[in-house]
Structure formats: C-alpha cells, structure tokens
Design a protein around this ligand. Sequence first.
Ligand code: UTP
Length: 293
Amino acid sequence: MSEPNFRKPVRKAVFPVAGLGTRFLPATKAIPKELLPVVDRPLIQYAVDEAREAGIEEFVFVTGRGKTAIVEHFDTAYELEATMTGRGKSLDVLDPTRIEPGNLVTVRQQVPLGLGHAVWCARAVVGNEPFAIFLPDELMYGSPGCMAQMIEAYNEVGGNFVSVLEVPMEEVSSYGVIAPGESKGSLTEVKGLVEKPKAAEAPSNKIVSGRYILQPEIMDLLASQGKGAGGEIQLTDSMAKLIGQQPFHAVTFNGRRFDCGSKVGFVEATLAIALDRDDMGGEVREMAKKMLG
Ligand code: UTP
C-alpha cells in the first residue's frame, strides 16, 4: 500500500442506526432513537447536515427492524408538499431532508451485534474507498462542523481519524479511549485504542466521540473481529489493529459535543441549541430563568 492511497477523497459516510436505544425506552419502543427531535430536527438530520457540509455525497444507513422511518424522513413526502404548496406555505423547511436520488443507500444489520458489526454490514457499498462514520446520537455542534474539521486534517496527513474530547477520568470507562502520541494544535497522533477501559487502566482521558474517517482495510479486520467489551463486536478493537500499519490521528473538535444517547445529554443539547437559536433563544432564556427562580 502506497502512501497516496491513504489520501483518497472521502465521499461516503456510514450512519450506524441499528442499535436498540434501550436507554430511551419507552420512547424508543416504536420510534428510532435517531428520530428523537432536538428542538425541531431529528438527531439524524444534524448528522446528515454535518456530513453534507464536509463534502459527503453518499449516505449509507445501517438500519434494522423498526428503523424504516429514518429512511422515510429523507424521502419526498408528496402529500405533505402538495398540501403545503396548496396552502401557500414555503417548503424551505424540508430542504435538509432532500438527498440526491440514488445517494441514500440502506443496508441491514439483522441482529445488533455491536458497532463494529454494523460498520462491517456496509462493506459492499463502501468498497475500496476511505469513508466517514457518524454516530447520530453524538450531536456535534459548531461551525465548521466536526467532520469538516476532520476532513481538513485528513487532507493534510491522510490515513485514519477519530474525533476526541477530554472527559473527567471517572467517565472514561463508558467510551473508547486513545493512547495519545505527539500533538500539534488540534491534531494528536494515536498510539493505541481501548474500548471501555477501567479508569485506573485507561491510557488517557481522551475519548472517541462518534466521528471517524477510516481506510477500507478496516473491513477485512472487522470480518474476523471477535466479541469485545460488553460482548459486542467493537469497532475500536479493529481500529487498534490498524495502528502501526497506517497513519492514525485524532482531532479534538473545536465546538460542543452532546451525548444524546444519554437522557441528561439529550436535555442539555435541547436547552443549549434552543438558547442558541435566533428564533427562540430569548424566549427560552426568560422561561429558564423563571423556572430556576
Ligand atoms: P449505542 O451504544 O448508543 O447503543 O450505539 P444503542 O443501542 O443505540 O443505545 P442503548 O445503549 O441501548 O440505549 C452507538 C451507535 O451505534 C449504533 C447505534 O444505533 C448508535 O448509533 N449501533 C450499535 C448499531 O447500529 N448496531 C449495533 O449493533 C450497535
């Protein structure tokens, strides 16, 4: 493998959305977690918008049973559009839900065996190209977006990337953690990766935060990846095997990250984004002040 192969343009993104979302039951019994709205946009919409901004052209959703509504969200809703047009309403609000025909592909993960397995399910569509991965329940809020910042770094050094952020040491055992090498600005060399380490054994407090750029060789590693932490096939374990074979870096996102897979993180995202919105921030601030006395 020659170095230039690690710098091919990143055109495709995989969105693993086949998880069960058990932390949000009963809300997620019939509605996919990825469609829960933060203010008025579903989580998946924030991720797709971030991907588009970063130049992604093809959107690959790894879905499972009960997740079809996610795909519907990006479809043309003929009756809705006809009715709104008839009533003289603007359709601009639906613009972000339009994906170029043919550029949305779904693959199925029949059993949620873990994130690594979900990504592997997309191997035929990804083919021999580098690709991005977005976990939509990690809401990355900032401009430029997290993936745009990662692509900028990718264009400079190529290879594999994760986004990272620092958390208190006692929280690391819920996440993938990097062993950092040299740092330059927001770019850090990745020397090792471990999924859900005990706090005492963690190589750092820099956790992987739901955005990745990976070379296609990851798919061969995933094919034979055994179960890891939590009895799941972990993407982190296969990524760790790429270290030393290919360049691997982390980008510290200059922006805010909300863990919308957790209830408190979801409420935090809703409040922060509502406060930041020009159309409602003032009103929400007044309401919050009153509530807090
Ligand atoms: P989570 O660890 O948040 O799992 O997955 P989950 O099932 O969505 O939620 P909880 O923990 O039961 O509440 C992180 C991301 O990986 C996807 C999820 O859809 C989510 O986007 N995933 C996870 C899969 O697509 N397949 C899997 O087998 C596991």
